[in-house]
Design a protein. Sequence first.
Length: 93
Amino acid sequence: MEKEETVSSDYQTGFNEGYTIAKYNPELAVQLSTISVESERFTGFQEGREQFIKEQVKDKLPSWVKGNTIQKGLDTIEKNLEKGINKDIEPER
């Protein structure tokens, strides 16, 4: 059974604000994220901004980089090498 995690409403509010401001006014989000404040709402703000940035970076990656595709590709290459098959390398002449 999974353990349910609850977050405070202050953190949730800050997270939503950080995400939204990063989406619509990234310059302001950068300025606000540099403020030195210790509170749940501000922690949520910073993490909401970071989440938006991660999603944007992920969306801009080529499809072969997204997800676990790299590891799958490496596994395929390794299996082919074990079998003596390598489509990317031409045989020596």
